[in-house]
Design a protein around this ligand. Structure first.
Ligand code: UT7
Length: 331
């Protein structure tokens, strides 16, 4: 007989670097204004990692919090999946570095590159490992230090991004548990792979003096094309999981979407016809932290007593690839 277990979220944590970069600060760096940024994106400030802080440093702090908030101890972790596009190094994976920092070894640790959808991809992979019985407690991290690969001369991108980490423990649920990862849907449409890209530094365009001079190691984005695809793909991902589980939007207590633009969040909310009081937003404080936005917002909402044990939560994201995905769970 094949035994299938349920997976659940058993702990969350976050870490945001201390340094705050406000819209007013950005006015001094590029040709922009607080008014443009607030009305076009909803962002007011973002956090920036210190010169000596890499992705694994942020991820480690968030992971400690997640472990502390869960009933497990760090020695109970049997897998680490880290979602990031601004890793410490091209290799080894940031997950392996976090494993070392936590004093752990001898279990799988790997990174996922799915842009801003990375944490949703990682959580879905963790769900599979828990459900088939191959793991019991997986540390799932979303972390970015995008400030390190942002061109602060490009107003189209530099106002949008911030640094931060969110961590979650996904564990095997017990039979009596009401908490459960109910369903997830992840997808990609590679025909749009060039809309959001770090062109140089890989095998297509190895690092050279020319690539550095031409700023090709920084984030390049066609924002308004992504905008339209974002709403469509997140709506589709939400619709798929709701339909598959015979649920409608009324059954959802909370919606957390990727925090890329307030107008995208509102457009998705309107399309889903969800009460805006149920939509969690923190974009004004941290801006777009890519793979970290959802686990950060989730941790914040739990610690602020908004999302409570038993609540039904729908998460939706999109990002470089273009990737998209949703995750439906009961906390
Ligand atoms: O995390 C996943 C990936 N990223 C995203 O999801 C981003 C999705 N896209 C967006 O959020 C929006 O498209 C942006 C916020 C990036 C841009 O907003 P928009 O309303 O789509 O503006 P736009 O790109 O159509 O540009 C409108 C104008 C342009 O000027 P002209 O050509 O009309 O004179 C831009 O040059 O706004 C100008 N502009 C700015 N002005 C002041 C672009 N960036 C800025 C800026 N400050 N920072």
């Amino acid at each position: 007989m094949i035994v299938k277990y349920n997976a659940k979220i058993s702990g969350t944590g976050r870490y945001l670097p201390e340094k705050i970069l406000t819209n007013k600060d950005l006015e001094k760096i590029v040709d922009t204004s607080d008014e443009w940024i607030v009305t076009r994106t909803g962002m007011k400030e973002r956090r920036i990692a210190a010169d000596d802080q890499a992705a694994s440093d942020l991820a480690y702090e968030a992971s400690l919090q997640a472990i502390q908030s869960s009933p497990i101890r760090s020695k109970d972790i049997d897998m680490i999946i880290c979602a990031t596009i601004s890793a410490d190094h091209a290799f080894p994976s940031t997950a392996c570095i976090v494993q070392q920092k936590l004093g752990l070894k001898n279990f799988p640790a790997f990174d996922i590159s799915a842009g801003c959808t990375g944490w949703v991809y990682a959580a879905n992979i963790a769900k599979q490992y828990i459900e088939n019985g191959a793991a019991e407690n997986i540390l799932v991290i979303g972390v970015e230090t995008l400030s390190k690969i942002t061109n602060y001369e490009d107003r189209n991108t530099c106002v949008l991004f911030g640094d931060g980490a969110g961590a979650t423990i996904i564990s095997r649920a017990e039979a009596k548990d009401i908490s459960q990862l109910i369903d997830a849907d992840i997808s990609a449409d590679g025909t749009h792979n060039e809309l959001l890209i770090q062109r140089a530094g890989g095998s297509r365009m190895p690092a050279s003096q020319k690539t550095v001079k031409e700023n090709l190691h920084t984030v390049q984005m066609e924002g308004n094309k992504i905008f339209k695809l974002a709403v469509k793909s997140m709506y589709q991902a939400c619709h798929t999981v709701l339909k598959r589980n015979h649920m409608d939007v009324q059954s959802i207590d909370w919606l957390i979407t990727h925090q890329a633009n307030m107008r995208i969040i509102q457009a998705l909310g309107n399309k889903l016809k969800i009460d805006e009081k149920k939509v969690i937003v923190n974009i004004e404080k941290y801006a777009n932290t890519s793979a970290a936005t959802i686990p950060i917002a989730l941790d914040e909402a739990i610690r602020n007593n908004k999302i409570r044990h038993g609540d039904i939560v729908l998460l939706a994201s999109f990002g470089a690839g273009l990737t998209s995905g949703s995750l439906l769970f009961r906390l």
